[in-house]
Design a protein around this ligand. Structure first.
Ligand code: NAD
Length: 371
């Protein structure tokens, strides 16, 4: 049988990005050797580094390379060097939003799982996070973040004390097809898990949510083996800290998903542990949930695990290499069980000799994979 081969576009970006993506490549090379697969990499510019080199956060060449690849592995973009409120200046996040839009990545999957060895790092009491293992499926290209918006000046009565002033609006719009395809992703994901979908909306107030709920139930009819639970977003925000283990798959619109997934990320104790997959109809993109951590860039202490776990998602969703993905997840778990920690996940019980830097953590995971 011919050897499988995949083209991967690497986007190291800014800050700690280049340091952590190297560890992910090390892991991919190891997996390639173990599972008889070739991975070919092409590195491209995105974010601040792209602004410096080309004047734009998403150069056309980067987009071309990404579109011609089987998957994209992104680290993170941004940093104080490029922070600006001047709307005429390019910003690193434009690269991020731009590539998601251009690749048609409408579904963001963010797994939130408690590693047994890290349950004391959670911001909740360890007994409250026992068994947490969920996936948040967030709609990524619609809703408030992409709707019609404007700011108006000199609007009569909009200022202080009845004077003329400024007024702004954003609009939350969803079409039937946008809801249908994202909810279907959630139900498909639930089939490979515990078969429970919480469809989160604000149907008691918003018309777009009432449409969401109607379509969600229409899709649910095709999945009689999966339970659907409607939940209002304010209740979900509360349930995530009250009893997070109740959730298997949560599906929701863009802004609700943005907020809920950041809330859920705190359950695990460190942003350095969370990966995400952005899927559409073409090339998918995988990235850690954290930013470019400019405060620790170049110190060699960044946690590479979220980046490495985004490789796990890539193996699963883009290459159908479930066995390799399971082996990688287990390798990470075993390294943590043995007490190895990067600084961000170390605590008072961590042995000083088991507190390691970025490269050593990558090496430990590679060694476990080979064992
Ligand atoms: P951040 O996630 O970069 O950092 C928050 C805190 O977590 C920092 O103290 C950082 O040191 C720590 N941290 C993050 N990742 C870590 C890791 N892998 N290992 C150890 N510690 C880690 O968020 P921020 O400070 O709000 O943003 C910094 C920059 O990143 C900004 O320019 C922001 O716009 C950008 N950002 C980018 C993305 C992305 O590329 N997807 C996401 C969020 C923020």
């Amino acid at each position: 049988m011919a050897k499988n081969s995949y083209k991967i576009c690497l986007l190291p970006g800014d800050g700690i990005g280049p340091e952590i993506i190297v560890e992910a490549v090390k892991v991919l090379d190891t997996i390639g050797g173990l599972y008889d697969t070739d991975f070919f990499y092409t590195e491209a510019l995105l974010g601040g580094i792209a602004i410096d080199a080309t004047g734009t956060a998403l150069p056309a060449e980067t987009l071309e390379i990404a579109k011609g690849s089987d998957a994209v592995l992104l680290a993170a973009v941004g940093g104080p060097k490029w922070d600006t409120t001047d709307p005429t200046k390019p910003r690193p996040e434009q690269g991020l939003l731009g590539i998601r839009k251009e690749l048609g990545l409408y579904a963001n999957l963010r797994p939130v799982k408690i590693f047994g060895a890290l349950k004391d790092s959670s911001s909740l009491k360890s007994e409250n996070v026992e068994g947490v293992d969920m996936v948040i499926v967030r709609e990524l290209t619609g809703g408030l973040y992409f709707g019609k918006r404007d700011r108006m000046y000199d609007v009569p009565g909009a200022g202080i004390d009845g004077a003329a002033g400024m007024r702004a609006y954003d609009t939350l719009e969803y079409s039937e097809y946008e809801i249908e395809r994202i909810v279907r992703h959630a139900f498909e994901a639930a089939r490979g898990r515990r078969r429970k979908v919480h469809s989160v909306d604000k149907a008691n107030v918003l018309e777009s949510s009432r449409l969401w709920r109607e379509i969600a139930h229409r899709v649910a009819a095709d999945y009689p083996d999966v339970e659907i639970i409607d939940q209002l977003v304010d209740n979900t925000a509360m349930q995530l800290v009250r009893w997070p283990a109740q959730f298997d798959v949560i599906v929701t619109e863009n802004m609700f998903g943005d907020i809920l997934s950041d809330e859920a990320s705190m359950l695990t104790g460190s942003l350095g542990m969370l990966a995400s997959a952005s899927l559409g109809d073409g090339t998918a993109l995988y990235e850690p949930s954290h930013g470019s951590a400019p405060d620790i860039a170049s110190l060699g202490i960044a946690n590479p695990i979220a980046q490495i776990l985004s490789v796990e998602l890539m193996l699963r969703y883009s290459f159908g290499m479930d066995e390799a993905a399971d082996a990688l997840a287990k390798a990470v778990e075993d390294v943590l069980d043995e007490g190895w920690r990067t600084k961000d996940i170390a605590d008072a019980s961590t042995l000083p000799q088991k507190t390691v830097g970025t490269t050593a953590m990558g090496d430990l995971i590679v060694e476990k994979l080979k064992a």
